[in-house]
Design a protein around this ligand. Sequence first.
Ligand code: ZN
Length: 122
Amino acid sequence: MQEIIHYSLHFLAPGLLSYIFFREQFLKAWAIMLLTMLMDIDHLLATPVFDPHRCSIGFHPLHSFWAIGIYLLMFIWRPLRIPATGFLFHIFTDFQDCLWIFSKCATCFKESELYLVFGSWF
Ligand SMILES: [Zn+2]
C-alpha cells in the first residue's frame, strides 16, 4: 500500500500538477518533473543504498535542508519554476514516506534529521 501511494505520487501526481499549473506546456512540464526524480541518485552515496527505515529528508545531499532552500529559491524565479515544483513535490512525497516510517518506528524518528530540526515540537 505504501509503495502504491509512493509511486503514484512520484509519477502520476506530477502529471496532475503539470496539467493544473502548466497546462500550456503540460507534457513538457510532466517530463521535466519526472526528470527531477533523478535527485534520488544521491541515495547511491549512502550505505546501505536502500534502507526502508531511513527518512531521506535531511539525510541525502539532494534531500538536505540546504537543497530544499535552493529549490524554494528556484521556485521564485519563473524559468526554473517547473523543475522547482518537481523537486519540492518530490520532497513532499518523501516526507509522506517519512511519516509512514515514523508511524511504525518511533526510534526511526528519533534517529532522523527531521528530529534534529523539529523534534522539540513534539
Ligand atoms: Zn527522494
